[in-house]
Unconditional design. Structure first.
Length: 292
């Protein structure tokens, strides 16, 4: 897999940086349950280096993965960073000693999180910081983002954050966020079978704002579908490659961040950049997912 292969997926603006539409998500580099160190540190470092060598220029992470684990791995593997590498992180949560995910939404919490990310990544400024809404740990839920976004905008004013994004949010919260500060991306749960954000994706595309689907392959429960497997078989691809290719063809503003802790699986994911789904395959896959 080379950068020329990845180029087939195209690019899109993320803030003021143009990135390849097929990136890498570092969450799976932490231990089981995204908690603690990786089982094989050398393998984790190898995956990060292989991703960048393949041409990946967009890496998604957070200091609450581990916590601290993935950011420290990224720093060890990739510093000094390539000038065209865009590292996106997120704040708004912390991990409990029992591995629980807990809201951390106060101005002090957010300030501490930004400084933790800067320190563990070895950066002077964070290119993009996603504010993750935690009104419900398991999915988007209504609640005002005014106070935390104001705190994040202040950190941006201080020069610690270049661009702001939102994560785990509703359409109402996206609208509120855009009225408070420029929003460069929205990162929500979306894939072939989980399509509740269809309308939001189209709205953001019209505004030139990136949408970053997390769990593009189903998350901790990989996508399983007879139709998906059969389409993959006809194309000589894996079901997961087809699921990624479907996202790439869904809308030009989708930026993908599939994660893995395996170099072989990384290469399989990146190969989806050059997979084009014919009309009959798209029609069959469309019948799998129905908008919530």
């Amino acid at each position: 897999m080379t950068s020329s292969n990845l180029a087939a997926a195209g690019t899109f603006l993320l803030g003021d940086r143009r990135v390849g539409r097929l990136g890498y998500g570092a969450m799976q580099l932490a231990g089981p349950g995204v908690f603690g160190p990786p089982k094989d540190k050398a393998a984790a470092l190898a995956v990060l280096r292989a991703a960048v060598e393949a041409g990946v220029d967009h890496i998604d992470t957070s200091d609450f993965y581990g916590p601290h684990t993935t950011n420290q791995l990224i720093r060890e593997a990739l510093q000094p960073y390539a000038h065209d590498l865009t590292i996106v992180t997120k704040i708004g949560a912390v991990r409990g000693a029992d591995a629980s995910w807990q809201p951390a939404f106060s101005a002090d919490d957010l300030t501490r999180a930004v400084h933790d990310n800067l320190r563990n990544l070895g950066l002077d400024v964070l290119e993009v910081v996603n504010l993750r809404a935690m009104f419900d740990v398991h999915g988007p839920a209504e609640g005002s983002l005014e106070a935390p976004l104001a705190a994040l905008a202040e950190l941006q004013h201080q020069g610690l954050v270049r661009h702001i994004g939102l994560s785990n949010v509703t359409r109402t919260q996206v609208a509120q966020g855009r009225s408070i500060a420029p929003i460069v991306c929205v990162q929500n749960h979306y894939n072939l079978v989980h399509r509740g954000d269809d309308a939001l994706i189209d709205e953001l595309a019209a505004a030139g704002i990136a949408y970053v689907p997390f769990f593009p392959l189903g998350g901790f429960t990989p996508l399983q579908s007879t139709a998906l497997s059969e389409v993959a078989g006809t194309l000589g691809a894996t079901p997961l490659q087809v699921a990624l290719a479907w996202l790439l063809q869904r809308s030009p503003n989708l930026l993908l961040i599939p994660g893995t802790s395996s170099v072989a699986h990384l290469r399989e994911n990146l190969a989806a950049a050059s997979l084009v789904l014919p009309a009959e395959a798209l029609a069959r896959l469309a019948r799998i997912g129905v908008a919530d």
